[in-house]
Design a protein around this ligand. Structure first.
Ligand code: ADP
Ligand code: MG
Length: 376
């Protein structure tokens, strides 16, 4: 078995996956100017792999001989780390592959994990070059810790692993609509938020969840979970080596959610966002209590009927993480282990770690301590 916590060896061999198009398009320059001199002092040797297209990094890590690297560094936004993670999960030896520590250096316009790690480390809130410097310093120190992942499955049979969040409605629309403003860097989200506020709309669907308080193994659901654990064990025995981790908290999307789940009474939403890190963006502290491995999905939803002004106030307060103090009756936040969202109709967009996904029924559950990330 592998230890949960560790420190990178010296000398340290780092594969750096860098998207030259991310953010304002300066990732390569910033890497050479800011990151490389610091790594040299820390005895970390980078080998740079510049991506040429979407999915390039995913294919690279899927086929890579990983024993030659001590750490996989992503210099881009959250989207490229999402690719890398899912590329690792496509390997027959994914379990071993996930032991390679991952590191994020903010080079994109959406750098939520980098901002979260900077926050967990107790650093002041910073952005841009200062955030990059802080994250590079964290890499130079080389401590790593486990991180939870969320396994997401869709009605059409897709499966993703996600480290940041899943969204539908308002925030997902801002995320994807604002991609055309990527060159503005993080400011793309401010502009996108204002635009989406103007044409605020309502999204219909059903949201259900397994509350975190309702631990598997408690008398109330021990029967269900032992039954599901057996079913899961059976799957693994059948598929043998390489079988993906079973979602023991979920039942198939065609079936009703288990009786100990909560079904949200509202069926009209402005936004649903399941986040598992503290930050939604560099300036958005959405889940101040979230940590890398708290075993928890922080499920936020905003019911229909909220005014534009109230929604804007929430986003402004999120800059400091004080949005729950507003006591807005439309804004809800629940810690959960699993959730299901069944949108009515397929109009609109969903996002996973900031990447677009066609709108369809989705469910997901947390998997504790699945991978390792460099952290303060
Ligand atoms: P940003 O934060 O700016 O959105 P991301 O890291 O999220 O940056 O990357 C955005 C998208 O760019 C990802 O979907 C990724 O697959 C894609 N991508 C990676 N390399 C390239 C490239 N060379 N050209 C265009 N797109 C790329
Ligand atoms: Mg992105």
């Amino acid at each position: 078995t592998h230890p949960l916590y560790g420190v990178l060896p010296r000398p340290c061999r780092a594969l750096v996956l860098l998207n030259p198009q991310s953010g304002a398009g300066r990732a390569l320059e910033d890497f050479q100017a800011v990151v490389q001199p610091m790594l040299a002092d820390a005895d970390i040797t980078p080998t740079i792999f510049v991506t040429e297209r979407a999915h390039h990094a995913q294919e690279k890590v899927r086929d890579e001989e990983l024993s030659q690297w001590d750490v996989l560094v992503v210099m881009s936004g959250d989207g490229l780390l999402h690719e890398v993670l899912n590329g690792l999960m496509e390997r027959p030896d994914w379990e071993e592959a996930l032991q390679t520590p991952l590191c994020i250096l903010p080079g994109g316009s959406g750098n939520a994990l980098a901002a979260s790690i900077n926050y967990y480390a107790g650093n002041d809130h910073v952005a841009k070059k200062k955030l990059l410097t802080n994250c590079t310093f964290i890499l130079c120190k080389g401590l790593h810790a486990p991180m939870d992942l969320v396994s997401l499955s869709t009605a059409s049979g897709k499966r993703f692993f996600s480290f940041l969040g899943f969204g539908w409605g308002f925030i997902a629309d801002v995320d994807i609509d604002s991609e055309k403003y990527r060159r503005l860097g993080n400011a793309r989200f401010t502009l996108g938020t204002l635009q989406c506020l103007v044409r605020l709309r309502v999204y219909q669907g059903r949201l259900s969840y397994l509350p975190a308080a309702n631990e598997p193994g408690t008398p109330m659901d021990s029967k269900a979970s032992s039954h599901q654990a057996k079913a899961a064990a059976g799957t693994e025995a059948l598929s043998g080596h390489g079988a993906l981790p079973a979602d023991t908290l979920l039942v198939p999307l065609g079936q009703p959610v288990p009786p100990h789940w909560v079904v949200v009474p509202e069926e009209e939403f402005v936004c649903v966002y399941a986040i598992y890190q503290s930050h939604l963006g560099t300036n958005l502290l959405m889940a101040p209590t979230a940590r890398l491995h708290d075993g928890c999905i922080h499920l936020f939803y905003v019911g229909a009927g909220i005014s534009r002004v109230a929604l804007l106030k929430i986003f402004l307060a999120m800059g400091r993480g004080t949005h729950m103090d507003l006591n807005c009756p439309h804004l809800h936040c629940v810690p959960v282990r699993a959730f299901r969202l069944e949108p009515r109709g397929s109009a609109g967009i969903m996002t996973v770690d900031g990447e677009a996904l066609a709108c369809e029924p989705v469910q997901g559950q947390i998997h504790s301590n699945m991978c390792h990330v460099v952290t303060g």
